[in-house]
Design a protein around this ligand. Structure first.
Ligand code: EPU
Length: 425
C-alpha cells in the first residue's frame, strides 16, 4: 500500500488533460455485452476498476484487451455468453452491477453477487430489481446472489417510475429495455452526462431511445444490436477536482478535454468563491488570486451539484473566509472523511445531512487516511495547502478515480511524492 507525502504551500500552475470518465467507461464495457462482435472503446482510463471489469467480461466468455498507451479497450463478445458474475470480482467494485441489465437482456438470466455496502453508505438495489420485475422478470436473493430470470419470451416493455433518479438503476433498466419486447418508459430517470454517453453508444448500436438527456426515457425494443466503436465522455469529476485544486492553492490551471457545461453549478460556485473561469475550445481555465470565500453547497442528482465533488468543496471551505453549510443528499456516510480532515485542523461540524465548516486561515499537515476515491481527493487538496507535511494513507482508493494523480499534481508545481507505506514487522 502506498502513501502520498505532500509538503503544503505550492501554488498550482499549468495545464492538465482529462481522460474519459471512469463511471462511463465501466458501464460502456458492460453495454458491449449486448451485441456479439468486436466493440472498441476509446478514452478508457488506466485504473484498477477497468482491469476488474475486463476480468468480469472474460469470465462471461468475452476476449478483452486493454492498451494503456492509447487508453483503448477491445471486447470480443461471443454469440453465447455466461450469466454469472462472481462475488470475488463484484465485491471489489460496485460498478460490476452494470452487467445485470445486459445479462438478463442477452441470456434471459443473471446471477450477480450482491455488491454490499461500502464506505460511502448502504447503496441499495431495490430500484434496479423493482424495475426488472415490472418488465416481467423474477428476482430472488439467494446465497448472496441476485438471481434474475426473464419470462420465456423475454423482458416486456412497461412504464417504470423511479422513486429517485438513481444512476445505477437508470443504467440497468436502459440496458435491459433496449432489446425488450415493446416500449419501456423510464420515468424520473437520471440525466448524468455518463447516462447520455451510454445512450449515445446504444443509439449507434441500433437502439431506439427518445428523451436522451431528459428524465423521461422512452425505449422501443429492437431485436438485435451491432457492436460499435465509441469514445468515452470526459470525466467531469476529475475536471472539477482540478478546478478546486486551482481555487484552493490560489493557482491558475487550464483544464483540457473538459466540458464546462457538465460542471456548470460547480464552476459557478467557484466563481462565487472568488475564482475567474474562462471557457476555452476544449475545456476551461481557472484562476484564483485571493483567499476563497466560503460557499454553501447542496448535492443533488445531475444537473444539481455532484456528490462526487462534495469532499473537495469541503476541503476548499476549510481554508476559506467565512463559514459554509454543505448538505449531502445522496450518500449518508460521505461525511466520514471529515474526521480525517479535522486531523489537519479543519473546523467542521456534521449533523445528519449537513456539515458546517468554519474556514481557518491555515491548516496544519498531519497523517490522514483516504476512505474512498473522493474523500482521498479532498484530503490531497487540503494537504496541498496545509502547513508542513501531510501523509495521505490508503491512496489505492484515489488511484481508482485519478490516473497518476501525484504525477499530474507535481507537473503543476505541487510538492508530492508516492512512497511505499512502511509495514509493521
Ligand atoms: N439507491 C437506492 N436504491 C437503488 C439505487 C440507488 O436506494 O436501487 C440509492 C443509493 O443508496 C444512493 C442513491 O440512491 O443513496 C444514489 O445512488 P445511484 O444509483 O444514483 O448511484 P450509483 O449508481 O450507486 C453512481 C456513481 C457514483 C456517484 C453516483 C451519483 C458509478 C460506478 N458510481 O453510483 O460515483 O456518486 O452515481 O452520481 O457510476 C464515485 O465515482 O466516487 C462514485 C461513488
Amino acid at each position: 500500500m502506498d502513501v502520498f507525502r505532500i509538503q503544503g504551500g505550492a501554488r498550482l500552475v499549468g495545464e492538465v488533460h482529462v481522460t474519459g470518465a471512469k463511471n462511463s467507461s465501466l458501464k460502456l464495457m458492460a453495454v458491449a455485452l449486448l451485441a456479439p462482435g468486436k466493440t472498441i472503446i476509446h478514452a478508457v482510463p488506466n485504473i484498477l476498476d477497468v482491469t476488474i471489469m475486463a476480468e468480469l467480461l472474460r469470465r462471461l466468455g468475452c476476449s478483452v484487451s486493454y492498451d494503456a498507451d492509447t487508453e483503448t479497450v477491445e471486447i470480443e463478445v461471443p454469440e453465447t455468453i455466461e450469466h454469472r458474475a462472481d462475488y470475488d470480482l463484484v465485491r471489489r467494485m460496485r460498478a460490476s452491477i452494470a452487467v445485470l441489465g445486459p445479462l438478463v437482456a442477452r441470456t434471459g438470466a443473471a446471477d450477480v453477487a450482491l455488491p454490499g455496502g461500502d464506505a460511502i453508505g448502504s447503496r441499495g438495489l431495490d430500484m434496479h430489481t423493482a424495475g426488472l420485475e415490472r418488465m416481467g422478470a423474477t428476482v430472488a436473493n439467494e446465497h448472496g446472489y441476485l438471481v434474475v430470470h426473464a419470462p420465456d419470451g423475454g423482458l416486456v416493455g412497461t412504464h417504470v417510475y423511479l422513486d429517485f433518479p438513481s444512476v445505477g438503476a437508470t443504467e440497468t433498466l436502459l440496458m435491459a429495455a433496449v432489446t425488450a419486447n415493446g416500449v419501456t418508459v423510464i420515468d424520473n430517470a437520471a440525466r448524468e452526462p455518463e447516462i447520455v454517453d451510454i445512450c449515445s453508444m446504444l443509439l449507434d448500436m441500433g437502439a431506439q431511445i427518445d428523451g436522451v438527456g431528459t428524465s423521461l426515457l422512452t425505449v422501443t425494443g429492437v431485436s438485435s444490436l451491432q457492436a460499435v466503436e465509441h469514445t468515452t465522455v470526459a470525466d467531469r469529476i476529475v475536471a472539477g477536482t482540478w478546478a478546486v485544486a486551482a481555487a484552493i492553492t490560489g493557482g491558475d490551471i487550464t483544464v483540457h478535454n473538459a466540458n464546462s457545461e457538465h460542471l456548470s453549478i460547480a464552476l459557478e460556485k467557484l466563481v462565487t468563491s472568488g475564482a475567474e473561469v474562462e471557457t476555452i475550445s476544449d475545456g476551461f481555465r481557472i484562476q484564483m488570486n485571493k483567499r476563497p470565500t466560503a460557499i454553501d453547497v447542496v448535492t443533488l442528482p445531475y444537473p444539481g451539484f455532484p456528490t462526487d465533488l462534495q469532499p473537495q468543496f469541503i476541503a476548499l471551505n476549510s481554508i476559506a473566509e467565512g463559514s459554509a453549510m454543505v448538505t449531502e443528499n445522496l450518500f449518508e456516510a460521505r461525511f466520514r472523511f471529515v474526521q480525517e480532515l479535522s486531523r489537519l485542523g479543519a473546523e467542521v461540524r456534521t449533523d445528519g445531512h449537513h456539515a458546517l465548516i468554519r474556514g481557518r486561515s491555515q491548516l496544519s499537515g498531519a497523517p490522514v487516511e483516504a476512505t474512498d476515491i473522493r474523500a482521498g481527493a479532498g484530503l490531497v487538496l487540503a494537504g496541498l495547502v496545509a502547513e508542513g507535511e501531510t501523509t495521505v494513507h490508503a491512496v489505492e482508493h484515489i488511484d481508482r478515480g485519478y490516473v497518476a494523480f501525484e504525477k499530474q499534481l507535481s507537473a503543476l508545481g505541487a510538492n508530492i511524492v508516492r512512497k511505499s507505506s512502511p509495514t509493521l514487522s
